[in-house]
Ligand binder design. Structure first.
Ligand SMILES: Nc1ncnc2c1ncn2[C@@H]1O[C@H](COP(=O)(O)OP(=O)(O)O)[C@@H](O)[C@H]1O
Ligand SMILES: [Mg+2]
Length: 524
């Protein structure tokens, strides 16, 4: 009797393979148990620390679902949690019943009855219990062991699957929340405010307003440090995709052999070192915006692959045949003239045309000298906050001085000059309420940092003079790295990007060259 029928098994297998909510899975499991074993109450409980939490039940009052049973306080549960196989309690067992008073169709005590419990293990770990009760004593006495084993196995698998799905869902929700929190913070932190009142910057703001509402890909031109990334962020923030992610890719920093996997992802085993599946930047940006910075540095092969993705809205992870659909808007930035690059065969014409539906050019700072004062004010306010000064000012002659410089490093250079000047001024007026930046705090403004470096290069100038190539190369490297780190306020990641190398490599090289730079901690 009570042999589990093959049709009940089949039904359960089919039902549980359908994508159901955990609640549905549980109630179908309990249905199957009841079809196989005649009983008055059945409950599925999950282990949570030292407690049991009812997940689903039939025949017990609904409030049972809200109860948490401390295992050590219930001798029957303690026995079940320590058992390896089904346990049948004697009808006259003196042990108190945890479900006393909880039977749905009667008040008061559980009368003499049949009671059985199945511990549910997966991977040798106790996940929970299935309890089965009947008001008719001894009904469970003759259930074949085999039936109990089958029910235990099915219940354990169901519980394990449901718990895993729940865990993944929680993880996914957590990640989603984390992403939107970080995206929001990044937008708030970086202000997204484009500072400036010059006619050129006003025109730029207008163009941003026009194009941000569309879903066009945008190509952002401009010299280094003009604010291309800021423009990209503003475009994303003002677009309909602003609830989605903004994913940043520095094309210049991608090693050739990893470009495809970085952009499109890979599956486990696709190449040596691919020890797990990995999403590429395109997939991460799904529903949002992908910012391809320094796109002019991409090799032709990678350009073709990006073009294909743009044409079909599809990507193919490395090592996978299946194609995935993605919905991504591309913003790309470059300081190269891509038209010339196309003529020289260095950039694909078709990709260029697809990206430059709406080109935006960010003007260099020397073409908007009137913005220098406003931008200086903006960065002074930031420095004041970072350095904790009560008041930070700048003399008008210093502003004039700054306005007459031609800023080859553009806004970024101005930002760094102000940061350094504020530090110097602060050291000079240590105990004063108001710190004032003067001309001397800004140092001598001449040419770009790299020009300054090159003028110090040792060159064999006299006929018999010798220069040790290795030492000279190292000296140049040392100088270049030190300057870059200074310009980036000791930020290694940013310096590595500027030097087109990866961060670990930069810090190794710096260590070898004996460069020590302490990072300035900025509390923004
Ligand atoms: N108009 C602007 N208003 C405020 N900050 C700016 C402006 N333009 C550039 N910046 C700041 O200058 C720095 C360099 O800008 P970034 O966008 O990284 O330049 P690019 O990508 O063109 O090299 C950043 O810190 C940026 O926030
Ligand atoms: Mg940039």
């Amino acid at each position: 009797m009570n042999e589990i029928t093959s049709s009940a098994l089949l039904e359960l297998a089919i039902e549980s393979s359908k994508s159901l909510s955990a609640k549905d899975r549980y109630s179908r499991l309990l249905d199957t148990v009841r079809k196989t074993i005649v009983c008055d109450a059945v409950a599925l409980l999950a282990v949570q620390g030292d407690m049991l939490k009812p997940l689903a039940l039939q025949g017990l009052s609904q409030d049972t679902l809200g109860r948490r049973f401390v295992v050590s306080e219930h001798p029957r549960f303690s026995i079940l949690c320590n058992a390896l196989h089904a346990v049948r309690f004697a009808a006259n067992s003196p042990l108190p019943d945890p479900y006393d008073g909880l039977l749905s169709d009667r008040d008061g005590d559980f009368p003499v009855h049949a009671c059985m419990g199945l511990p549910l293990y997966f991977d040798n770990q106790l996940l929970g219990l299935l309890t089965i009760d009947s008001l008719t004593p001894h009904v469970f006495d003759n259930i074949p062991e085999r039936t109990l084993e089958v029910i235990t196995a099915i219940a354990a698998t169901t519980l394990n699957t449901a718990l895993m799905i729940e865990k993944f869902e929680q993880q996914a929700t957590h990640n989603q929340n984390l992403l939107s929190e970080l995206t929001h913070q990044a937008l708030v932190k970086d202000g997204g405010d484009i500072i400036g009142e010059s006619p050129k910057i006003n025109q730029l703001k207008q163009e941003i307003d026009i194009v941000s509402g569309s879903d066009f890909n945008v190509l952002i031109y401009g010299e280094t440090g003009v604010g291309k990334e800021l423009v990209a962020r503003t475009l994303h923030q003002k677009s309909q995709r602003n609830q989605g992610p903004l994913v940043y890719v520095n094309c210049a920093a991608l090693p050739d052999n990893l470009i495809e996997s970085e952009l499109f992802g890979h599956v486990k085993g696709a190449f040596t070192g691919a020890d797990k599946n990995r999403d590429g930047k395109f997939l991460l940006a799904d529903g949002g915006t992908l910012f391809l910075d320094e796109i002019g540095e991409l090799p032709l092969a990678a350009q073709s692959k990006i073009l294909r993705s743009l044409q079909n809205n599809e990507i193919q992870p490395v090592g996978q045949d299946k194609i995935k659909h993605v919905d991504v808007r591309i913003l790309a930035a470059t300081n190269r003239d891509l038209k010339i690059e196309v003529e020289q065969g260095k950039f694909r014409a078709d990709l260029y045309h697809r990206l430059s539906v709406y080109p935006i050019t960010v003007p260099p700072l020397r073409e908007r000298q009137t913005d220098v004062a406003i931008l200086a004010g903006y960065f002074i306010e930031q420095s004041k906050r970072k350095l904790g000064f009560q008041q930070l000012k700048i003399t008008s002659s210093t502003i004039t001085y700054l306005s007459h410089y031609d800023w080859p490093g553009n806004v970024r250079e101005l930002e760094h000059v102000i940061n350094r000047a504020a530090l110097k001024a602060g050291a000079r007026n240590r105990h004063q309420h108001t710190v004032c930046i003067e001309k001397t705090d800004c140092g001598v403004l001449t040419g770009s940092a790299s020009e300054q470096t090159s003028s110090h290069l040792p060159v064999p100038s006299k006929p018999h003079e010798t220069v040790n190539l290795k030492h000279a190369t190292e000296q140049f490297q040392r100088q270049l790295i030190t300057n870059t780190l200074q310009q980036e306020n000791g930020n290694w990641a940013a310096s590595a990007r500027r030097l087109d190398m990866d961060r670990a490599n930069l810090s190794r090289t710096a260590k070898r060259l004996g460069i020590k730079v302490t990072k300035t901690v900025q509390n923004t």
